[in-house]
Design a protein around this ligand. Structure first.
Ligand SMILES: Cc1cc2nc3c(=O)[nH]c(=O)nc-3n(C[C@H](O)[C@H](O)[C@H](O)COP(=O)(O)OP(=O)(O)OC[C@H]3O[C@@H](n4cnc5c(N)ncnc54)[C@H](O)[C@@H]3O)c2cc1C
Length: 419
């Protein structure tokens, strides 16, 4: 088949790789001059299989409500008049029941475990270098009820082979000595020894080069404006290059992996995938002597720290309320302050590069993978806070589904009826 993959983020490039390996002719289209220049550019770097869970949970509505009145909260909900935001919010609230939380956790866990195995085998096969380290992730807690909830989630994850070892504060400091001077009242942790870190941007660019070698064609600096439909079936995409010259790219099948922008492309043709951006920030600085070796997650403030070679990546913040990627100084300052409370000797923030990106989120955090309700259009999008973790498994699943095979894992792939 002749397949057009829209989007050269980590999801689009992994899709292109697996589809090419399945024998298809693949063309990738992206508006940027290179791969992984938007949300996949500077994320938290964690392959966090142990964090395979949705943000929608029975506790989420109370957390959201609290942040309405806290200007300086790491999680921020800014209500707008946009009807899409309200529709997405009401769908999010429906995902917050205990039953749906458990179901979404299981779906994400199945995909995350398969994705981790795919990533490891791809890394070996192609000798990919992307500042990866199999250092494990230590989840840190300062509140008893949060730790209890995370331990309950660990029980759901255990049947998938996902290890999370309970640790006392002393054991946490032994696993990561950089925590010794922490000013936060640590009460305990959960250590996931099998989790990894790596630079998603470097990985995606390396895999994009491997795609070129394997015969995938790329159209960079090319914007996908609309789908080309004939008798209800998608048969290509109307595009525009950097000079504004318009054209049409034909294909037997089109894969939509435009991250947060997926919705804009398809909704002009009818489908309304439940996707909404949740903005986050990161800082990348030289890893000094006080930088941790193990990747850390501050569960209550949703902040992660990952050492990527000789750099340290700090990422976090969750803001629901718009499509801009403006880096706001007060949010960067808050991120720095929260990180310094954990690691006072972390290094020189003056040299930090600040970045912000939009997580393409579905209400239940479960990505949309499979056929859309437009014939010829497939989704691999909506990976929210876990796109790097889930990328290789999602791409493998997409290529199986496009070959007409059933999913090999227990995951609610799309059926072409709803979205
Ligand atoms: C602060 C932060 C921290 C994170 N930390 C982690 C983490 O530690 N671990 C983890 O697993 N995940 C993490 N994530 C999530 C992860 O980064 C995303 O889920 C993932 O990058 C999404 O990839 P994508 O390919 O879907 O989107 P993108 O990378 O945004 O790719 C979409 C592509 O589509 C292109 N595009 C858009 N519109 C058009 C158009 N009309 N025409 C042509 N091209 C277009 C864009 O240029 C872009 O290249 C984090 C996200 C953020 C924001």
């Amino acid at each position: 088949m002749h397949i057009l993959v829209l989007g050269a983020g980590v999801i689009g490039i992994t899709s292109a790789w697996y589809l090419r390996q399945a024998g298809h002719t693949v063309i990738v289209v992206d508006r940027q001059p290179q791969a992984a220049m938007e949300t996949s550019f500077a994320n938290g770097g964690q392959i966090s299989v142990s964090h395979a869970g949705p943000w929608a949970s029975p506790q989420a509505p109370a957390i959201g409500l609290r942040t309405l009145f806290e200007k300086n909260a790491p999680i921020r909900f800014s209500p707008t008049v946009n009807h899409r935001q309200w529709r997405w919010m009401s769908a999010f609230l429906r995902e917050c029941t205990p039953g749906r939380t458990r179901r979404n956790t299981r779906s994400l866990a199945a995909l995350a475990v398969s994705s981790h195995a795919e990533l490891q085998s791809l890394r070996r096969q192609l000798a990919l270098e992307y500042d990866q380290a199999a250092c494990g992730i230590l989840h840190l807690f300062t509140e008893r009820k949060e730790l209890d909830r995370a331990q309950a989630r660990a029980h759901w994850l255990a049947p998938f082979g996902i290890r999370l070892d309970a640790c006392t504060p002393e054991q946490c400091a032994a696993i990561e000595p950089a925590l010794a001077n922490s000013r936060r009242p640590l009460i305990g942790g959960l250590y996931a020894p099998n989790d990894e870190v790596g630079d998603a941007h470097r990985f995606t660019q390396a895999l994009a080069r491997a795609c070129v070698d394997a015969g995938v064609q790329f159209h960079y600096e090319t914007t996908a404006d609309a789908l080309d439909l004939h008798e209800g079936a998608v048969r290509g995409v109307a595009v525009r290059d950097a000079r504004g010259v318009r054209g049409l790219l034909r294909a037997d099948q089109v894969v939509c992996s435009l991250g947060t922008h997926s919705r804009m492309l398809v909704e002009q043709h009818g489908p309304r995938p439940a996707l909404y951006p949740i903005k986050g920030y990161s800082l990348t600085l030289p890893a000094g002597a006080g930088a941790p070796r193990v990747s850390l997650t501050d569960e209550e403030n949703r902040i992660v720290l990952s050492r990527l070679g000789d750099r340290l990546r700090v990422a976090g913040m969750a803001e629901l309320g718009g499509m801009t990627v403006t880096v706001e100084a007060d949010r960067v300052d808050l991120l720095k302050r929260l990180v310094r409370e954990w690691l006072p000797d972390i290094g020189d923030f003056d040299q930090a590069e600040a970045w912000s990106g939009l997580r393409p989120c579905t209400p239940g955090n479960v990505p949309l993978i499979g056929p859309s309700r437009l014939r010829g259009l497939w989704y691999n999008t909506g990976h929210g806070s876990l796109g790097w973790t889930l990328a290789c498994g999602s791409a493998r699943l997409l290529s199986e589904l496009m070959a007409g095979r059933d999913a090999a894992i227990d995951f609610p792939a799309l059926t072409g009826r709803r979205h």
